[in-house]
Design a protein around this ligand. Structure first.
Ligand code: FAD
Length: 413
């Protein structure tokens, strides 16, 4: 679609943060809102998020929500106060998508609603509100006449001069969805932005397993275990893989593991095999085992620890025997797994790094470029999986939209 006139607000990036900001502005009566999306369709990562259990947000109490954003808790409490989990569920419901809180607290669309339904209903609503969506339009940076864009279908470059801009370009993982982080050097070079390097978040870790272990165990789940790193602990199911570990508890501990790896490698990650039993109980059960049994038999019969546990124990502590009951008990409650690296950024569910909060004001406007706001994963924050990521993107999108609406009111057209 050719550009008829300059938009009043240009939203760059058609992910959840950008699309919600566009919706909020249009609903507030702002005319001329345009979304420019580099890919052939909007919301690609939003759809990817829908492949493996689509957690839109989380049903936990608001007081517990803020701490999920780590040292950005205070800022996020403000954003969540403006557009929190309840507002997000109402938004989905308003698009005809009912949600429910699962047993883990995660909020999902009901079974009959696929993520694609939600996205379709959302794009229709935006169209109805008069938001113009320009797909295959890539933002290249700032030019003398405003924002420099390229129509990817024709290669034509052109400028637009909106009264306000929202950059919602995403993080730097899963680049095939369009969030490729290429915007970072653009902001550094054109504005002198002091960025924070991208780091993988919510990702698997690498453990230098022996060839024997890789071949014998390959992939195997460890159910109802806990992991601990530093003073952080996370429970759930961990998946042993050929290269290391995956699973929700691993993802939840990414910030702690990353911090530990910055200091030493391998990083000390502890596997707690029986988190519901105290160390004394584990010891007592091992001591009660009948003599003459093999280690795998004892582990299975006294602690219900079947395969691949004996192989894992031998891999990490090859010399431990049944005779050293106390040592065995303490290994079962704190088995050190030598983590040598995080999995690559490209595979991570989300990224830390990007635009630091020191580079934006309280409305998420770039201090170095008044009138240009930032929202979503391109800001330097991280949160665990479980709905906190999308919620964070929606909340910052809504917050930036509020800032843009105020900016429009206070600047002359
Ligand atoms: C496998 C996977 C599963 C996930 N599951 C969940 C989940 O269940 N729950 C949850 O809360 N979160 C989940 N997430 C995370 C969530 O999807 C992201 O945090 C969220 O999509 C980020 O939103 P955003 O709007 O900031 O950026 P994005 O969704 O990444 O959107 C940014 C958009 O900007 C566009 N863009 C980039 N550069 C340019 C440019 N120069 N010009 C124009 N457009 C550009 C991109 O093409 C993209 O469409 C998952 C992520 C992955 C990868």
């Amino acid at each position: 679609m050719p550009m008829q006139q300059h938009p009043s607000v240009a939203i760059i990036g058609g992910g959840p943060a950008g699309l919600l900001a566009a919706q909020r502005l249009a609903e507030a009566g702002v005319q001329g809102v345009a979304v420019f999306e580099a890919q052939a369709t909007a919301g690609r990562k939003f759809l990817v998020a829908g492949h493996g259990g689509f957690n839109l947000t989380n049903g936990e109490a608001v007081a517990a929500f803020g701490p999920r954003y780590g040292h950005r808790q205070q800022a996020f409490e403000q954003y969540l106060g403006h557009f929190g989990p309840d507002a997000l569920r109402r938004w989905a419901s308003d698009l005809g998508i009912a949600t429910y809180v699962g047993s883990s607290g995660r909020v999902f669309p009901t079974d009959e609603h696929k993520p694609a339904h939600l996205l379709r209903a959302w794009l229709q609503r935006l169209e109805h509100l008069g938001v113009q969506l320009y797909i295959r339009h890539r933002w290249l940076g700032f030019g003398p006449d405003g924002l420099l864009l390229r129509d990817e279908r024709t290669g034509t470059e052109f400028s637009v001069a909106p009264r306000a801009t929202l950059l919602a370009l995403g993080g730097a993982s899963w680049s095939k969805t369009g969030s490729d982080g290429q915007w970072l050097p653009v902001l550094e070079q054109s504005l002198g932005l002091q960025s924070v390097p991208f780091r993988p978040s919510n990702c698997g870790v690498e453990v230098a397993w022996s060839a024997f272990f890789r071949e014998k165990v390959g992939r195997a789940p460890l159910k109802n275990v806990a992991l601990s790193c530093g003073n952080q602990e996370a429970r759930g199911e961990v998946m042993l893989t050929e290269y290391g570990l995956e699973g929700t508890p691993v993802y939840a501990l990414t910030p702690a593991i990353r911090q530990a790896l910055d200091i030493q490698s391998p990083a000390p990650l502890l596997l707690i095999l029986k988190p519901d039993l105290g160390p004394a109980e584990v010891l007592k059960r091992l001591q009660q085992a009948r003599r003459g049994r093999s280690l795998p038999d004892v582990l299975r019969q006294t602690l219900k620890l079947g395969a691949p546990l004996p192989t894992l124990l031998r891999e990490v502590a090859p010399t431990v025997t049944l005779a050293e009951t106390a040592q065995l008990a303490s290994l079962i409650q704190a088995l050190p797994l030598p983590v040598v690296a995080l999995r690559p950024l490209e595979e991570a569910i989300s990224t830390a790094g990007g635009v630091p909060f020191e580079e934006v004001d309280e409305h998420l406007m770039l201090l170095r470029r008044p009138g240009v706001f930032v929202a979503g994963e391109m800001l330097d924050w991280e949160a665990p999986t479980g709905g906190y990521l999308l919620q964070g993107c929606f909340s910052t999108g809504a917050w930036a939209a509020k800032g843009i609406a105020q900016w429009l009111q206070h600047t002359a057209p």
